[in-house]
Design a protein around this ligand. Structure first.
Ligand code: GLU
Length: 377
């Protein structure tokens, strides 16, 4: 069963497991203090959902904003990576205490999970994180997840909790992800521009949908922005998970959603098998394989990618690496796990199968990217 409307996010029957992502701007005010009344109202709602039989995972931002205030760092701790990491390290302690205390007041046990991008890119570690989440939920805890910002370096960090929330939802096989934001949802153009309209329902994050989003976070406190939210929606939709964006600024945001139904829902688009959904949600390709038009047609028919169709290789990578697949005009086709290193790919580029052996000196594997290890965009 898939979730088809924002109102269905709020029922244990239609959405047995909901991931709620709380943005920094909702949790921490301009002065760096916790918005305690607001948070109390949300935790009341989470407790009510739990009592009604719905499982909840919280993805909570706010570590950097809280820590920056405590350390007196400029630009809310986002002046540079070292500041952000120091701020996160201080702020995460406060954040965990906050959630543990507030959930504890309802006799709910908070469980902290800090993950890095790499934890979810690596298949074994991803499955391990998934198993931990499942065990915590079975044991009745409320997982409170954040990125492990104090150790994640620039290249290997999510940087925003929107995509992290979608990835966590996928790992936990959640039914829906709700992004509580300081914007009402996706607008057809910049929200303050004339004629901009809130889009209530999106069926597939197409290039037209992406064009509607600006790149900046509206508040400047968090780091998400609509672009990151659309990337999160992309991860969710291909995993068969609904994603909602609502304005959570006012107290009791879930009750408001129940009453108004206002926001944007991104409907699930397909249900890839678990492994393909994980592959499609991976974010850090190490190279790009560009293929010719004939190869694009073959891939669209479900074929594997063969060396004969390759026209360009970018990046340095080893066998087994994640690579992006592009068509001749640079259009993104998908991504997959490559069967050859970048050096070997360059050597066999454009060659038919029979000529590859002479070039490499050994019998080649049939495909450069096998269809079982490939997902389309
Ligand atoms: N993980 C960051 C924090 O806890 C927030 C990232 C975001 O703004 O989405 O402060």
């Amino acid at each position: 069963m898939t979730v088809g409307a924002l109102s269905e996010f709020l029922s244990a029957e239609t959405c047995p497991l909901l991931v709620v992502k709380v943005g920094s701007a909702l949790l921490v005010d301009e002065q760096g203090a916790v918005r305690a009344d607001w948070l109390t109202s949300l935790v009341d709602e989470i407790a009510a959902a739990r009592a009604a039989g719905q499982r909840i995972i919280v993805v909570s931002s706010g570590a950097i904003a809280l820590g920056a205030a405590r350390l007196g760092l400029p630009k809310r701790g986002r002046a540079n990576l070292a500041d952000a990491q120091a701020a996160a390290s201080v702020g995460q302690v406060a954040l965990a205490q906050l959630w543990a205390g507030m959930l504890g007041a309802h006799d709910l046990t908070a469980a902290q999970m800090l993950v890095t991008l790499d934890d979810l890119e690596d298949r074994r570690r991803y499955l391990n994180a998934a198993a931990t989440l499942e065990r915590l939920l079975d044991a009745g805890a409320v997982p409170v997840v954040n990125e492990n910002d104090s150790v994640a370096t620039e290249e290997i960090r999510f940087g925003d909790n929107d995509r992290l929330a979608a990835r966590v939802a996928q790992a936990a096989s959640a039914s829906a992800v709700l992004l509580l934001s300081d914007v009402d949802g996706l607008y057809s153009a910049a929200p303050d521009s004339e004629g901009a309209e809130l889009i209530p329902r999106v069926e597939g994050v197409t290039p037209e949908v992406i064009a509607m989003a600006g790149s900046e976070s509206s508040s400047g406190i968090g780091s998400g922005g609509m672009k990151a939210k659309l990337q999160a929606a992309r991860i969710a939709e291909r995993a068969g998970i609904a994603l909602g964006i609502i304005n959570g600024t006012q107290p009791a945001p879930l009750t408001r959603l129940r009453e108004t139904g206002t926001g944007t829902i991104f409907l699930p688009q397909r249900h890839d098998n678990a492994r393909k959904a994980w592959l499609g949600g991976r974010m850090a390709p190490e190279g790009v394989l560009t293929v010719d038009a004939g190869c694009v047609a073959a891939l669209n028919d479900g074929a594997s990618l063969l060396a004969a169709g390759l026209i360009e290789i970018e990046g340095e990578f080893q066998r087994g690496a994640l690579v992006s697949l592009h068509g001749p005009k640079g259009e993104r086709l998908g991504q997959g796990l490559v069967e050859y290193s970048s050096e070997e790919c360059r050597a066999i580029l454009g060659l038919r199968e029979g000529d590859q052996e002479a070039k490499l000196g050994y019998a080649p594997r049939a495909a450069v990217v096998h269809r079982d290890h490939m997902v389309s965009s």
